[in-house]
Design a protein. Structure first.
Length: 534
């Protein structure tokens, strides 16, 4: 049976109460300022004077409340305070906008309340705030925070999300010159060369920068990044950088470990090798590319001997493209796409390097059979995460080998299994039976799960006894019998997701289960949605 929900700490109860208190204060300020803004006093030349008076009243309320909150909360909780405030305001704005859309003729008070809620985002403008993520925030709140960004001088982590180059956002880019303590910055889709010039001149502590999909970023902007000598992670995918610009960054940034996905990296390495007489060794640890030739991979191993992560799209190959990867001594995470398990030598690579791997991701891989799974089980004993995505398991798969004895024990470290491929019961049984320490399990809609499979698995010793999260997408045969078995035999289970898509589970049965979870205070989430990317 899943565990009971833990008692919420007084600290988190207090923070939640602060969030609600902020919402109450915002509504109170909205009501008062609406009256003030609607009342023309003697001496006023127009209603605009009243509106300005109301605006000053809201600003004063925000300033006073900000001073009260941040002076009453310990400094080491200032970030959590800001997160709670923004979450509460975001929810309030969403709810107010939804109500506004439902009403054919919304009263002026509702429109005014939304505006005041947005202004209350200024509560977090404090030097104690270290991290700010605007990626999923309502646009109205984002625009308000853009105006105050230069005052958030304590920021070390800033995610500005993506945009389309709107004028307010472009003006905001100049505010980055005040954020001299930034170590992480994400600015997707509409970063400009001018923005990188500001970053290069004012953010010397920057270590991580993500400007992917920003087609306006060219060699001119990239040159400014050479001033950020502490940069270790760059994401420049879908920008307009040339091969020469990539080479300058790799050679000019001594601690650079990743440039994100770079499909011209093979050409970059050839350029570096051609124009450098002396031997070059780069600090690169993360490699993500496609269209690499055998010679380019050999150069990669020579110039980047410290690689720990490889993500390679193989596609059409003569069968030996993966051979150079066997020379990587520090390889820990391997992602292979669009190749054949035997024909392209995936089996040989795993036998050579599998014992060092902690993560294996196979996507669009053909020729997978029981011998292939046994190869993975025997060769990759240190895996912590295993992913099969849109792979083609051969039709005549063979017996499950659930009782086969392996030496050493396979999958003893495996904690996360993701299988979004057509999976027969023998595949499911093999993977789950031999991985006793799994914490997270995800299967796609083409996994052949049924009650008999679940019942057999539950009779096999330690199967799923440590699992905390199970997600099975769109099952056609699983019923509440399987749910009850999982609840009974999985004492650590905290997430059982996607049951709304199980066609053999009646909505009434699911509603009864959720009522039981609430009544018994079980720490079990049945509402969370599919999350294969995690």
């Amino acid at each position: 049976m899943p565990p009971h929900k833990p008692v919420t700490s007084l600290f988190h109860l207090s923070l939640s109460a602060v969030g609600r208190f902020v919402h109450i204060c915002a509504r109170h300020a909205s009501q008062k300022s609406f009256v003030v803004g609607s009342t023309v006093l003697p001496g006023d030349t127009s209603i605009l004077d009243a509106e300005r008076r109301a605006s000053r009243m809201v600003d004063a309320s925000v300033a006073n409340l900000r001073q009260h909150l941040f002076s009453s909360v310990p400094w080491d909780a200032h970030q959590q305070l800001a997160d709670v405030i923004l979450l509460q305001l975001a929810n309030a704005v969403h709810n107010s906008k939804a109500l506004y859309r439902q009403m054919n003729a919304s009263p002026p008070e509702s429109v005014h309340e939304i505006r005041v809620l947005v202004r209350f985002a200024g509560l977090i403008v404090h030097p104690g705030v270290r991290s700010l993520n605007l990626a999923k925030m309502p646009k109205m709140l984002r625009d308000e925070l853009y105006r105050h960004l230069e005052k958030l001088t304590g920021l070390t982590v800033l995610n500005l999300g993506s945009g389309n180059g709107e004028s307010g956002r472009r003006k905001m880019f100049l505010s980055l010159r005040s954020l001299v303590h930034l170590t992480t910055l994400a600015l997707v889709s509409d970063c400009q060369n001018e923005t990188l010039a500001v970053v290069g001149q004012n953010c010397p502590q920057l270590r991580t920068l993500d400007v992917n999909s920003s087609s306006s970023v060219s060699d001119v902007g990239a040159a400014w990044l050479l001033r950020c000598q502490k940069l270790s992670h760059l994401n420049l995918y879908h920008t307009s950088l040339s091969v020469q610009a990539y080479a300058q960054l790799l050679l000019g940034l001594p601690t650079l470990k990743s440039v994100g996905r770079c499909d011209v990296l093979g050409q970059v390495l050839e350029y570096i090798d051609l124009y450098n007489a002396a031997s070059v060794s780069l600090a690169l640890e993360d490699f993500h590319s496609r269209d690499m030739s055998y010679r380019q991979l050999k150069l990669l191993i020579k110039i980047c001997p410290s690689l720990t992560q490889v993500n390679l799209y193989v596609d059409e190959d003569m069968g030996n493209l993966l051979e150079p990867l066997q020379e990587l001594e520090r390889l820990r995470e391997l992602t292979l796409l669009a190749c054949n398990f035997y024909t392209d030598g995936v089996d040989k690579l795993l036998r050579a390097k599998g014992h060092d791997l902690t993560q294996l991701h196979l996507e669009h891989i053909d020729e997978l059979d029981m011998n292939a799974l046994c190869c993975i089980a025997e060769s990759c004993s240190s895996l912590r995460k295993l992913v099969f995505f849109s792979c083609d398991f051969v039709e005549n798969f063979g017996q499950a080998y659930v009782d086969k004895a392996f030496a050493p024990q396979p999958f003893k470290s495996l904690e996360k299994l993701v299988c979004v491929s057509e999976s027969a019961p023998n595949i499911i049984k093999f993977l789950l039976t031999h991985a006793e320490n799994l914490r997270s399990v995800q299967f796609g809609s083409t996994a052949w799960f049924d009650d008999a499979t679940v019942a057999e698995l539950m009779t096999r010793g330690r199967v799923l006894r440590n699992v905390e999260e199970i997600r099975i997408l769109r099952s056609y045969e699983l019923t509440m019998k399987s749910v009850e078995l999982l609840l009974h035999w999985c004492p650590k289970l905290r997430v059982l997701a996607e049951m709304d898509g199980w066609e053999s589970v009646d909505p009434t049965e699911l509603a009864q289960l959720r009522n039981r979870i609430t009544a018994e205070n079980l720490d079990l989430d049945t509402f969370t949605t599919w999350n294969v990317s995690a």
